[in-house]
Design a binder for this molecule. Structure first.
Ligand code: NA7
Length: 541
C-alpha cells in the first residue's frame, strides 16, 4: 500500500448512524450515539464546530437566553467547570464554549468538517440511507439524524442591481470570519429583526454613518446584559439542578413561566408597576414570564404593546423617527421578540438615519448605494439582516429522498408534515432534531435539543432491544399531530402576523405556523407518554 492509499478516505463506508451538523444539536447527538456504542459519521459544512455560532459572527450577535440556561446539562462536571462572563453571552463566548465541549469530550474525531451533505437517499430494499457529500464520499447508514438548526438557511432578498453594487455586502448569518472593519464607512442595514436589532447599535458606534432600511417596525425589549458577579455565579452553580428542572417543564424552556394572572383582570396600576419592574429587569421574562393572557387575548396583548410603544416614544427624541419605529397593526410577540442593547437609543445618534420602506420602498441597488422611490443613499457596504428560510429550509435544502424516491421538499410543498417534529412518514429512520412541529424556536434551544436527542436515543435503544430495524410514523399519527399543532397555534394570536414562524418571509412558502406552541413541558410529557405507550403512532419492525 502506498502512502496516498493509506491516507485517502474510504469512498464507501457503512455505519450505524450519520449526523448532519456540528452545532449544539450535532455535538450532543454525536456524544450520545457514540456513548451507545453505535458507529457514526458526522458531517459539518463549516470548518469547525459551532453551528449557528460558527456562522453568525455579525457585530453584537448574542444569545437571548441567559447564559446559565443556554448550555448543556448532560455533564454536571461541564456545568460546574464552565464560567460564563455575563448574562447574555456574545457569539465569540458561546463559540468558545462549544469548542471547549468538542475538545473535552473528544467529539471532533467523529466529524468531517468543510463537508456538505449534498443528498440523502433512502433505499427500501436494504433499509438504509445513502448519504453523499460534496467531497465525493458516500456513506450508508441505518439512522439519519439531522442537526441542521432552525435558522441556518440564510435568505438574501432578490433586489435588482445587487450585482452592480461597488461596495461589499454581507448577510448576518454568513459573516466573514476575519470580521469587518466598518470605520469610516457609510453602511446600509436592511432588516430590523433580531439580527438587525442586535447589530445596528454596534455598527453605528463604528461606522461613519448607518442607514437602516426598515420594512416592518419591530417591538423590542431591553436585554439589560451585565457581568455575572462571583456571588451570583456561586448561587447559580449551587441552584443549577433546580434551574434545569424548571426549564425542562416550563413553557419556553426557561426558568420562569406565565404568571397565574390575566392582564385583563389585573388592576391597571398594579399592571403598570409590573410591566415597569419587568422592563427594568430585562429579558424575555418581560413577555413570556408575564400575564398568561398576553399571547391569546388581543386586548391583553394591546396592553403590553401599548407599554412598549410608549417606551419607544419616550426613548426616541425625534418624533417622526419615533413614529416610524413604532409597530402598529400586529400583536407584540407574534414576530420573534428581539432583546436589545440600546436599539431605540441608537436612533438618537447623529450618524443614524431611518428609512421607512413602507413609505419609500427600495427601487434598486445601484453601484454606489441603494435607491428608494425617493432618493439614492450612497453606501460603502450593505448588511442584509434579512433572516432565514426558517425551520423547513435547512431540511428541504438537504435533498432528502424517502421511500420510492419521494423528495422531502415535495412532500412538504404545502407545509411540513411530521410526527412530533421528529419523524415524517415515508422517510424511515430519519430523525430531525428540533424539526418543524416541535417547540424548537419557541423555547430555549439547548433544552429542546437535549430532550430531542435523549428521546431519539431512547427510541434507537428500543429498536436495538427489540431486534427491530425500522421506525416510521403512521400517516394517521402524522395527520393528527399536524392538526394538533395547528389547533394550538390557532388558539393564539401568532397566526395573525406575517412572520418567519408562519413562513411569511419567504416568497411562495406555504403559510403554516411551523413550531409547536403547546409549551415545552407539555411537549416533553407527550413525547414521554408516547414512548411509554410502546411508541404509539409509530410503525416499528
Ligand atoms: P428576521 O427576524 O426574519 O428579520 C428579518 C428582517 O429583514 C425583518 O425586519 C424583515 O422585515 C426584513 N426583511 C426581509 N426581507 C426584506 C426585504 N426584501 N426588504 C426589506 N426588509 C426585509 O431575521 P433575523 O436574522 O433578524 O432573526 C432571526 C433570529 O431570530 C435568529 O437569529 C434568532 O436570534 C431569533 P419584515 O418584518 O419581514 O417586514
Amino acid at each position: 500500500m502506498n502512502s496516498s492509499e493509506a491516507t485517502a478516505p474510504p469512498k464507501k463506508v457503512k455505519v450505524d448512524a450519520v449526523v448532519i451538523g456540528a452545532g449544539f444539536a450535532g455535538l450532543y447527538a454525536a456524544y450520545r450515539l457514540r456513548g451507545m456504542g453505535l458507529s457514526l459519521r458526522a458531517f459539518e459544512r463549516g470548518q469547525d464546530v459551532g453551528g449557528t455560532w460558527y456562522w453568525n459572527r455579525y457585530p453584537g450577535a448574542s444569545s437571548d437566553s441567559e447564559s446559565w440556561v443556554y448550555a448543556y446539562t448532560f455533564s454536571p462536571e461541564l456545568e460546574q467547570e464552565w464560567e460564563w462572563s455575563c448574562r447574555f453571552p456574545g457569539q465569540a463566548e458561546i463559540l468558545r464554549y462549544l469548542q471547549h465541549v468538542a475538545t473535552r469530550f473528544d467529539l471532533r474525531r467523529s466529524f468531517d468538517f468543510g463537508t456538505r451533505v449534498t443528498r440523502a437517499i433512502y433505499d427500501d430494499a436494504s433499509q438504509r440511507w445513502r448519504i453523499q457529500t460534496d467531497q465525493g464520499e458516500e456513506v450508508e447508514c441505518r439512522h439519519l439524524i439531522t442537526a441542521v438548526g432552525c435558522l441556518s438557511a440564510a435568505q438574501v432578498p432578490t433586489l435588482a442591481g445587487l450585482e452592480d453594487f461597488n461596495g461589499r455586502w454581507f448577510h448576518t448569518g454568513e459573516w466573514p470570519h476575519e470580521g469587518v472593519d466598518f470605520s469610516g464607512m457609510r453602511v446600509g442595514i436592511i432588516g430590523t429583526g433580531s439580527s438587525g436589532i442586535q447589530s445596528i447599535p454596534v455598527i453605528a458606534r463604528e461606522a461613519a454613518h448607518v442607514t437602516v432600511f426598515q420594512r416592518t417596525p419591530n417591538f423590542s425589549v431591553p436585554a439589560r446584559n451585565a457581568p455575572i458577579s462571583a456571588a451570583h455565579r456561586a448561587t447559580l452553580k449551587k441552584k443549577i439542578m433546580e434551574i434545569r428542572e424548571t426549564c425542562r417543564w416550563s413553557t419556553i424552556g426557561q426558568p420562569y413561566d406565565w404568571r397565574d394572572v390575566d392582564a385583563l383582570s389585573e388592576d391597571p396600576t398594579a399592571l403598570r408597576r409590573q410591566f415597569e419592574a419587568d422592563w427594568k429587569k430585562g429579558g424575555f421574562e418581560w413577555m413570556f414570564g408575564s400575564y398568561r393572557d398576553l399571547m391569546v387575548d388581543p386586548k391583553a396583548n394591546t396592553l403590553a404593546a401599548d407599554f412598549v410603544r410608549e417606551k419607544i416614544t419616550e426613548i426616541v427624541k425625534d418624533p417622526d423617527t419615533a413614529r416610524k419605529l413604532t409597530p402598529q397593526g400586529y400583536p407584540i410577540g407574534t414576530k420573534r421578540l428581539p432583546l436589545d442593547m440600546g436599539y431605540f437609543e441608537t436612533f438618537n445618534r447623529d450618524n443614524v438615519t431611518l428609512v421607512d420602506l413602507r413609505e419609500t420602498p427600495i427601487d434598486t441597488i445601484v453601484a454606489n448605494g441603494i435607491r428608494t422611490s425617493e432618493r439614492t443613499y450612497p453606501l460603502d457596504a450593505i448588511v442584509f439582516a434579512t433572516g432565514f428560510d426558517a425551520l423547513t429550509g435547512p431540511l428541504t435544502r438537504l435533498n432528502i429522498y424517502g421511500r420510492d424516491g419521494e423528495p422531502l421538499a415535495a412532500k412538504w410543498s404545502t407545509g411540513p408534515q411530521t410526527y412530533l417534529g421528529i419523524c415524517t412518514h415515508g422517510f424511515p429512520n430519519l430523525f430531525m432534531i428540533t424539526g418543524p412541529g416541535s417547540p424548537s424556536v419557541l423555547g430555549n434551544m439547548p433544552t429542546s435539543i437535549e430532550q430531542h436527542v435523549d428521546w431519539i436515543c431512547d427510541l434507537l435503544g428500543h429498536l436495538e432491544a427489540t431486534g427491530a430495524s425500522l421506525v416510521e410514523p403512521t400517516p394517521e399519527a402524522e395527520l393528527v399531530w399536524g392538526a394538533h399543532v395547528k389547533a394550538l397555534a390557532d388558539a393564539t394570536l401568532f397566526p395573525q402576523t406575517d412572520s418567519w414562524y408562519m413562513g411569511a418571509n419567504i416568497p411562495g412558502k406555504p403559510r403554516v405556523f411551523l413550531p409547536y406552541i403547546g409549551g415545552f413541558g407539555a411537549y416533553r410529557k407527550v413525547c414521554d407518554d408516547i414512548a411509554e405507550n410502546n411508541y404509539e403512532g409509530f410503525r416499528i419492525e
